[in-house]
Design a protein around this ligand. Structure first.
Ligand SMILES: *Cc1c(COP(=O)(O)O)cnc(C)c1O
Length: 376
């Protein structure tokens, strides 16, 4: 059976990306590697929409999140975290682990943050040094309005830190233009390569904070990383194979055109939403993202049974909910190397599985609604 991933990381790999990883390994101090890395550095600046260097680390996305805290802050620093799901909570946990003083705006999961609330918090405590949030809160499927949030933080003594691990490459993010200070991303989502690389982009304002931070760090030193990258090198042995895979995936995405990549994600997301709604199911997210669609599943069907059937019978893997949402939603990712027919596949598996589990489905109704969007 073909195994088809519709999870918000890892995402499927294009054939070109799979094949390049089968080649023999090259040395990371060779000219060959530097040439690949040079091209990647340039392209990443474009993808992150920044003129600043984009740092590359060999780790999962969370490693880069932790590195941001370790490089920019000192114990006791006050920070404000938007906690609207699992990943918002992660920022708060990391900040607390490094002894920062964490304030949070707690949202009901599935909802967006009101930027005015951020403004109010900053007005009431001028000592807050940073606002931490997500572009897409992957646990709830919600996309936050980063442009408006950045208007609140811009020009103040506070930096805006955005975890765009799932969002980058699927949602618009104009880092420099909007005034976002830190962007974190990962390899196994829209960038279409396996897990194992993480990225951090920092504004000039954020770089200045690295001078005052006194938290311990060694491997995760941003200044050391920047110095090496300026010479098309990494400080330590990088995940060479993944770097080569990244070179290939960036070439593919560039060839498609980044605007087309974003509009493809938007179209697939819309088709998925129309498809599930045509089946009488509800979308969980207040502002559904182009990364994934979070769908409420009736208790009578059961998330566990539904996911199990979709996987075992049809080879289709969707994600369940996290934490309190475990038995409430499924999350269908349309992220990375995805195209129109993939959406038909996942909706078809959903229809057949729902029907088998006793949920009243008019077969083909979800697919037809998606085709209305996809065929345009
Ligand atoms: C996937 C993801 C991460 C990083 O997770 P890792 O498993 O550490 O790669 C962080 N934030 C968001 C929003 C994500 O979707």
């Amino acid at each position: 059976m073909k195994h088809k991933l519709f999870t918000p990381g890892p995402t499927p790999l294009p054939e070109e990306v799979r094949l390049i990883q089968a080649r023999g390994i090259i040395h990371h101090r060779s000219k060959e590697f530097s040439d690949v890395f040079k091209e990647i550095r340039e392209e990443l600046r474009y993808v992150f929409q920044t003129k600043e260097e984009v740092l590359l680390f060999s780790s999962s996305g969370t490693g880069a999140m932790e590195a941001v805290v370790a490089n920019l802050f000192s114990p006791g620093d006050k920070v404000l975290v938007i906690r609207g799901g699992k990943f918002g909570e992660r920022w708060a946990e990391i900040a607390a682990a490094f002894s920062l003083k964490v304030f949070s705006i707690d949202l009901e999961w599935g909802h967006v943050v009101n930027p005015e609330l951020i403004e109010k918090n900053l007005r009431e405590d001028s000592g807050i040094k940073a606002v931490f949030t997500q572009l897409v809160e992957t646990s709830t499927g919600v996309v936050y309005d980063i442009e408006t949030i950045a208007r609140v933080t811009k020009g103040k003594g506070v930096i805006l830190i955005v975890d765009a691990v799932s969002g980058l490459g699927a949602e618009a993010l104009c880092t420099d233009k909007w005034g976002v200070d830190v962007v974190v991303a990962g390899s196994q989502k829209a960038l279409m390569i396996p897990p194992g690389l993480a990225f951090v982009a920092l504004s000039g304002k954020a770089w200045k904070l690295t001078n005052n931070s006194n938290l311990p760090r060694y491997y995760w030193d941003f200044k050391k990383a920047k110095k090496a990258q300026d010479k098309n090198q990494t400080v330590y042995t990088p995940a060479i194979t993944l770097v080569c895979a990244l070179g290939e995936s960036l070439r593919l995405l560039k060839k498609e055109g980044w605007d087309n990549v974003l509009s493809r994600h938007a179209k697939l997301a819309k088709a998925t939403r129309q498809g599930v709604m045509a089946l009488g199911l509800q979308i969980f997210s207040e502002t559904p993202s182009n990364v994934l669609t979070a769908v409420e599943i009736p208790l009578s069907v059961g998330v566990k049974r539904l996911r199990g059937l979709m996987r075992d019978r049809y080879g289709v893997e969707v994600a369940g909910g996290q934490a309190a949402l475990a038995e409430k939603i499924i999350r269908i990712a349309h992220l990375g190397a995805m195209e129109a027919t993939d959406i038909i596949v996942v909706l078809s598996a959903l229809e057949m599985s729902l029907s088998e589990l006793g949920y009243p489905v008019e077969m083909g109704k979800g697919i037809a609604a998606a085709e209305e969007i996809l065929g345009r």
